[in-house]
Write a protein that binds this ligand. Structure first.
Ligand SMILES: Cc1ncc(COP(=O)(O)O)c(C=O)c1O
Length: 369
């Protein structure tokens, strides 16, 4: 008899972008371009790779369970006190742990936007609680006034990805200030800044760190998977009030962040040039993609992340399938609740040119290219 909890059976397994190798085998293609998982097209920092190689020599030794050096490196990079810093096996793990330490009663509420990053709903489904979803506004931004109205004295957790995934949109300092002011005392707001480095130039970007230093009930999450190019090694970090970092330390697995990730993470956080190159490539890539989408009559949403989300004005699934056949992997919006939308990650200039060529052919078959 299947005795798994019904809430777990109701979950859909995470569907990652199709692995490039799998598609290459299936279609017998000689080149595959993957613009589906918001990875860094420039790869990792060479300094991080070197640090991981050196650490590999000592893989027979357990990692530092307290991640002391790594937390010091995060503290140096962010200016946050080491005692407020949490680290995890990707920020995915930190999202999961926040659910574990905070939720536990059927009437606990978790408040999120829709669509947003899928792992927030997963954290809620894994615990007894009620998930409350508030649609994004017409510009595909988090509707903070509507989310404020959805707060109750049972709201335990609010997750806001800023910039949001899959839309790339941003909420600004004045509106987040108001939202934080309205938080009930038992509510913890998670500002998930997975794409922080791509948006940090925005003047009124509402940094989680500022709210935390002000003593608000806010957690900030960041990751080495995006701008730092370390998605395969799994390393996320965050900050928050000491009572949260203390609880996470109690609940987490003792060696959740492996020794290669710790060593590479320290080196990556110091390589600010690599991040600057990545951010510059991304800025150009976003401009290129936005112009391309407009050219074919699609409506791109304003993106502050390393991907662009666009409304094609017609079902995006056939476009996604046609791109796949041509060896280009992107994300169709139907898996994200927006069937007319496509999400495309920024690649290298060469990858984007190839994507553009294939995309134009599919969107405007009558026009020869
Ligand atoms: C908003 C957001 N948060 C968290 C994550 C998870 O990142 P990590 O690789 O650190 O687990 C992602 C990954 O796509 C994301 O988009």
């Amino acid at each position: 008899m299947n005795s798994v909890r019904p809430s777990v059976l109701a979950m859909r397994p995470y569907s990652p972008g199709k692995p490039a190798e799998e598609l290459q085998r299936e279609l017998g293609l000689d080149r595959i371009i993957k613009l589906a998982s918001n990875e860094n097209p420039l790869g990792p920092s060479p300094r991080a790779v070197q640090a991981a190689k050196s650490a590999a020599e000592r893989m027979h030794i357990y990692p530092d369970g307290s991640a002391y050096e790594l937390k010091q490196a995060v503290a140096r990079a962010t200016g946050m006190p080491a005692s407020s810093i949490i680290v995890g096996n990707g920020s995915d793990e930190l999202i999961h742990l926040l659910g574990l330490i905070l939720l536990g009663f059927e009437d606990d509420e978790v408040l999120i936007g829709n669509p947003t990053f899928v792992r927030y709903a997963a954290a809620a489904h894994l615990a007894p609680c009620k998930l409350v979803e508030v649609p994004l506004d017409a510009s595909a931004r988090h509707d903070l006034p509507a989310m404020s109205r959805a707060l109750t004295d049972r709201t335990k957790l609010v997750f806001i990805a800023n910039p949001n995934n899959p839309t790339g949109t941003l909420v600004r300092r004045p509106e987040v200030d108001r939202f934080v002011r309205d938080l009930p005392p038992q509510t913890l707001l998670v500002l998930d800044e997975a794409y922080y480095e791509f948006a940090a130039h925005v003047e009124d970007f509402p940094r989680s760190t500022d709210y935390i230093l002000d003593g608000a009930n806010v957690i900030g999450l960041r990751t080495l998977s995006k701008a730092y190019g370390m998605a395969g090694l799994r390393l996320g970090y965050g900050f928050g009030p000491d009572w949260v970092s203390d609880a996470i330390d109690r609940a987490r697995e003792p060696f959740d962040v492996n020794s290669l990730a710790q060593a590479a993470g320290i080196a990556a956080l110091e390589d600010t040039d690599h991040v600057a190159r990545t951010v510059e490539n991304n800025r150009r890539g976003l401009e290129f993609l936005a112009a391309l989408f407009r050219e074919v009559g699609a409506k791109p949403f304003e993106s502050y992340a390393n991907f662009l989300f666009a409304d094609l004005g017609r079902p995006a699934r056939p476009v996604f399938e046609a791109l796949l056949e041509r060896g280009v992997i992107v994300r169709p919006g139907d898996v994200l609740g927006n069937p007319n939308c496509l999400r495309v990650s920024v690649g290298t200039q060469e990858e984007m040119e190839i994507f553009a060529k294939e995309f134009r052919r599919i969107m405007r078959p009558a026009v020869a290219h």
